[in-house]
Design a protein around this ligand. Structure first.
Ligand code: DON
Length: 593
């Protein structure tokens, strides 16, 4: 750590901070609770997704007696049909549920490497080849979405399982107009998609012309697959005709997943990460997501600072601070994080004293140079080798959706096939395109993945392991344990920083949830030393990251680059006794309440 100036806590004492529940001062009055006892907290229901048909499906389910869990499953299944480049039954998901009885569930439907997977499976002639982890039959892990949905439904759903498939089935069999992003991504990935006959048959005209925005995309095979899963349950998928079809086809084109891999798949229930922040408690998703861990770390680093005041009146100080906490968290991510079922991820990363120590060289007047990962107290000093991180181009894949009902059930769910159209491989006769989540492993030291992320041994490929994720479904509870906010996003590593910024805008800044989602964002992922700034969002408003502000940040030592979009976030807040849902204007979604 090269920066000599030590930061002193601005107010209170260190002990008060470490005790964490810091009272008062920066609280947005509109979020302060009424005394509610056991009565129903909210008067309405809410949903936000990136596609109007999915939002409508969630609301239909809520209005026909389903709860937020049913609504989220139905909406996600619709998204898999109308927004299939982002997510679908061939992919995975991480789901955070807050049940009306206060129970928290973190359901891990992350894809899993097959039994034949190994550390050098993407190495050819001594060199890692990212084209193999990003496209084609080796790129896919066993999909987890259906297993996760089954677990959600079994633990917390209310409506009949079959009912949850009705809207998705109709959209697939009758077809829907291709959205702008469907049209754009089919065209962008045409070369890879056309390599696989079943993908070519769905996403292209017989002439080879890609299905364009506005044209009807009919998916009869996918409709049949959805019908089979709805009628016969996940077994049809994991230990029946679908698993067999995958093994047979993938083997024929050089893949390694087997029916046994599918049979072995289990959605896992994890223990959510709980972090006191101001008078709230922030609930995050643990590994194999890195999101919950790093949002928690960053909140603990931010806790001593007057974040709300700086956000409103000293934006240069606010963004400088954000940038500094992001760099420190992402340096730790690259070094320490991996599937905790396989590697020891130090719990000390979540220790408030560690967070304070990480910020001990924070200089309010200058960007820190040469930041490295830290050493949490319980870390093994011999553990892994550090690697760097570089930035990625603007990319929009994956999807975050959120639902809440009037009983107090809330769901935050991020679903993905990883990058657009995943592996590009559709299993013939099923309409299911498989993910390319194997690319979220570090396929070899020093080789960046599709998001420019480089990991350590902790995230190396291994049989049965889950790749590290940035997906960050997050919830915030008030001092009575009642939900007041949920947020999450799509956008690779940008998800983590974008979700953090939505939380801060509401919790510290007192902004309404839609303003918090709309506001321009920044992103830093440690290496390269480059701050991404949404310079075209909020132009002419008080939220704009103006040319002057950008100059100030540059002067503080933050070289920056413009970004058109730093993640796509959906959120719900309880403001007073009303739920408000917000969808991200950076995509063509919708929200209803
Ligand atoms: O799990 C992850 O972190 C990634 N597979 C998510 C991909 C994503 O958000 C793509 N969006 N740009």
């Amino acid at each position: 750590m090269s920066n000599p100036r030590r930061f002193r806590l601005p107010t209170g004492n260190r002990r008060a901070f470490l005790g964490s529940a810091v009272a008062g001062g920066l609280l947005p009055s509109r979020l302060v609770d009424r005394a509610v006892g056991q009565e129903r907290l909210t008067l309405n229901q809410a949903a936000a997704t990136v596609h109007p048909l999915a939002t409508q499906s969630a609301m239909r389910i809520l209005r026909s007696g389903g709860n937020a869990v049913d609504a989220a499953i139905s909406a996600a299944l619709v998204l898999g049909v109308v927004d299939g480049h982002n997510s679908g039954v061939g992919g995975g998901c991480l789901v955070l549920i807050r049940r009306s009885n206060g129970q928290l569930l973190a359901i891990d439907g992350r894809e899993t490497a097959g039994l034949a997977a190994h550390e050098t499976m993407f190495v050819r002639d001594g060199k890692a080849d990212p084209s193999l982890s990003q496209n084609g039959p080796l790129a896919c892990g066993v999909p987890g979405q259906i297993a996760a949905f089954k677990q959600m439904h079994a633990t917390s759903g209310r409506l009949d399982w079959k009912e949850l498939f009705a809207d998705a089935h109709r959209a697939a069999s009758e077809g829907v107009a291709a959205s702008k992003s469907i049209g754009r991504t089919i065209a962008a990935e045409a070369v890879q998609l056309q390599k696989y006959p079943a993908s070519r048959a769905i996403y292209f005209h017989p002439s080879g012309k890609p299905i364009a925005e506005g044209e009807r995309l009919i998916q009869k095979d996918l409709a049949n697959t959805l019908a089979m899963i709805s009628e016969q349950g996940p077994q049809w998928f994991y230990d029946g005709p679908f698993a067999t079809a995958c093994e047979t086809y993938l083997k024929s084109i050089g893949g390694i997943l087997t029916r046994e891999d599918f049979r072995n798949y289990q959605a896992k229930t994890r223990t959510a990460i709980r972090t006191p922040y101001r008078q709230y408690e922030v609930i995050g998703f643990p590994t194999p997501s890195s999101g919950g861990m790093h949002i928690a770390q960053m909140l603990m680093m931010l806790q001593p600072f007057p974040v709300g005041a700086w956000m409103r009146s000293r934006p240069d100080a606010y963004y400088h601070l954000l940038c500094e906490v992001m760099k420190r968290a992402f340096a730790d991510r690259a070094y320490w994080l991996g599937d905790s079922d396989f590697v020891d991820v130090p719990e000390g990363l979540l220790d408030p004293t560690y967070a304070l120590d990480r910020m001990s060289d924070f200089n309010p007047d200058q960007a820190s140079m040469g930041i490295e990962h830290g050493w949490p107290a319980d870390a093994n000093q011999q553990a892994n080798s550090p690697h760097g991180v570089s930035s990625s181009e603007d990319k929009k894949h994956t999807t975050h959706l959120t639902t809440a009902d009037d009983e107090g059930n809330w769901v935050a769910m991020t679903c993905t096939v990883n990058t657009s159209w995943g592996s590009k491989v559709t299993i013939p006769g099923t309409g299911v395109i498989l993910n390319n989540q194997m690319d979220d492993f570090s396929i070899s030291p020093g080789i960046p993945n599709a998001f420019g992320l480089i990991g350590s041994q902790a995230n190396a490929v291994a049989a049965g392991k889950r790749p590290l994720s940035s997906m960050s479904p997050t919830m915030v509870l008030d001092s009575k344990g009642q939900p007041v906010l949920t947020a999450g996003g799509a956008g690779g590593p940008r998800i983590i920083n974008a979700t953090l910024q939505v939380l801060l805008r509401v919790l510290d800044g007192g902004y309404r949830v839609n303003q918090a989602v709309d506001a321009p964002r920044v992103h830093h992922q440690w290496q390269p030393d480059q701050l991404l700034i949404e310079d075209q969002i909020g132009v002419g408003t008080s939220l704009e990251i103006s040319p002057d502000l950008r100059k100030q940040l540059m002067k503080l030592g933050h070289p920056w680059k413009a970004s058109s979009s730093i993640a796509i976030c959906q959120a719900i807040a309880r403001q007073g006794d009303r739920l408000t849902a917000a969808h991200d204007p950076r995509a063509q979604g919708s929200s209803e309440q």
